[in-house]
Design a protein. Structure first.
Length: 400
């Protein structure tokens, strides 16, 4: 007898009422997509569980991959047996002897199939007694057991599991629509992308670059960040915006104290245009209140003024330290700190206004006519599709 299944418990999906089917279907698709390289396995989704029949595959790399999939609360190895007392006893014994280092145990039986003649409490006692009399050196500890053996008797079968591995939580990516993430080469925006994905949102990315002031390595950095994010949810489309012309104009025609504000406003306008074209209903940024000049209340107000599109700012109330911790866990940090500058750092004036006045912004902008340049820039956007994280997923394994 051996572990032949992986059992995955859904997270918040359970709360989704009538949408539940849709959520489960999406999660099923996401898991299938992630486990393509294991052709022998079979996946089955129930109302509250997903089962992966291993068919001889090694469970470890599969579990490692599943730990990155949003919508899964916990994962356990499982033995599936018939609803038969003798088989259940054998499986429980196997689960106990396989639990390395365990000296104390607890049985938690759950009878979901009420037609099964043995009740939960009775099953606890039967199995506890069976394990004690067929092993040496184990004792029962109902409060702090080294291993808890769960025995679930369902309609079709009984599943015996031990040790719950924490899943990624959140909602399945693709169940909450799409957002257009403004991704720089910095630390914050990839974390913002990860956090929106965790709530079930699929990403497209927009990046502004200014060749030849920004080089190919800066561009590669953005591709690598996007690639890391794909390990949480499939392929990602990136819109690369050639920003050189507009940035140079802003830098030379707008008084320096205001050039950053105007540049951000233009970025927002272009992002909104791309989102609309792609039928994406929101933008996402890595802004965090008070972190830099563009993220004061006054700046955000002046920048936000060009759009009434919803802007998601998942990091708005986080400290830099907290953001860094997440970026390290999701393996974007080391990419983000590569020293290649992005367009915004190159063209940032030495002292941007932290409290820009809106009338001034409008006044300076009205002296410039962007219309033609905006149109040209949007027409020249290059689209790149990033499909797969090249790094092994197990680098994320302690994240979740
Ligand atoms: P990050 O670490 O994400 O770069 P930051 O703290 O450096 O953020 P800013 O440089 O002010 O802050 O950028 C604020 C937000 O604007 C970023 O989080 C990102 O969403 C967006 N942004 C900045 N530069 C770019 C760019 N070149 N392309 C796309 N989006 C950008
Ligand atoms: Mg930045």
């Amino acid at each position: 007898m051996k572990y032949d299944y992986i059992l995955m418990r859904y997270g918040e999906i359970a709360l989704k009422g009538r949408n539940r089917k849709k959520f489960i279907h999406r999660l099923h698709e996401n898991v299938l997509g992630k486990l393509k390289e294991f052709p022998a396995i079979k996946i089955k989704s129930d109302r509250d569980r997903m089962y992966i029949l291993l068919n001889g595959e090694n469970p470890e790399p599969i579990i490692t991959k599943c730990k990155n999939i949003f919508g899964i609360q916990s994962i356990s190895l499982a033995i599936k047996v018939e609803n038969d007392e003798i088989q259940i006893k054998q499986a429980a014994l196997h689960a106990l002897t396989e639990a390395i280092g365990a000296k104390t145990f607890k049985i938690t039986a759950k009878r979901i199939n009420k037609k099964f003649p043995i009740g939960s409490q009775e099953m606890n006692q039967i199995l506890g007694g069976h394990l004690l009399s067929n092993t040496d050196g184990y004792t029962v500890d109902v409060h702090y057991p080294d291993v808890e053996i769960n025995v679930e008797t369902r309609e079709d079968a009984t599943y015996i599991t031990s040790n719950k591995i924490l899943g990624a939580g959140g909602l399945p990516v693709g169940t909450a629509g799409k957002t257009l993430l403004l991704l720089s080469g910095g630390i914050d925006s990839p974390v913002a992308g990860y956090m929106t994905m965790k709530r079930g949102v699929q990403l497209e990315i927009i990046h502004f670059h200014s060749p030849p002031f920004t080089n190919d390595r800066a561009k590669q950095k953005v591709f690598d960040l996007a690639e890391q994010l794909t390990s949480f949810g499939g392929k990602i489309k990136i819109h690369m915006v050639p920003f050189t012309n507009l940035q140079q104009r802003i830098y030379s025609e707008i008084p320096h104290g205001y050039s950053m504000t105007v540049m951000r406003r233009v970025m927002m306008k272009i992002s909104e245009a791309v989102a609309k074209k792609e039928k994406i209903l929101s933008l996402t940024t890595g802004e965090s209140l008070g972190q830099v000049a563009s993220q004061t209340m006054e700046s955000m107000n002046a920048i936000n003024d060009v759009t009434n599109y919803p802007i998601l700012r998942p990091l708005i109330a986080m400290d830099k330290e907290e953001i860094i911790t997440v970026s390290q866990k999701i393996n974007t940090y080391d990419i983000s700190i590569r020293p290649y500058e992005d367009c915004c750092t190159i063209f940032v004036p030495s002292s941007p206004k932290t409290k820009p006045r809106k009338e001034k912004v409008l006044q300076f902008e009205s002296a410039m006519d962007f219309t033609e340049d905006l149109k040209n820039t949007i027409n020249q956007i290059e689209v790149v599709e990033i499909t797969k994280a090249s790094k092994e997923d197990d680098e994320f394994s302690d994240l979740l």
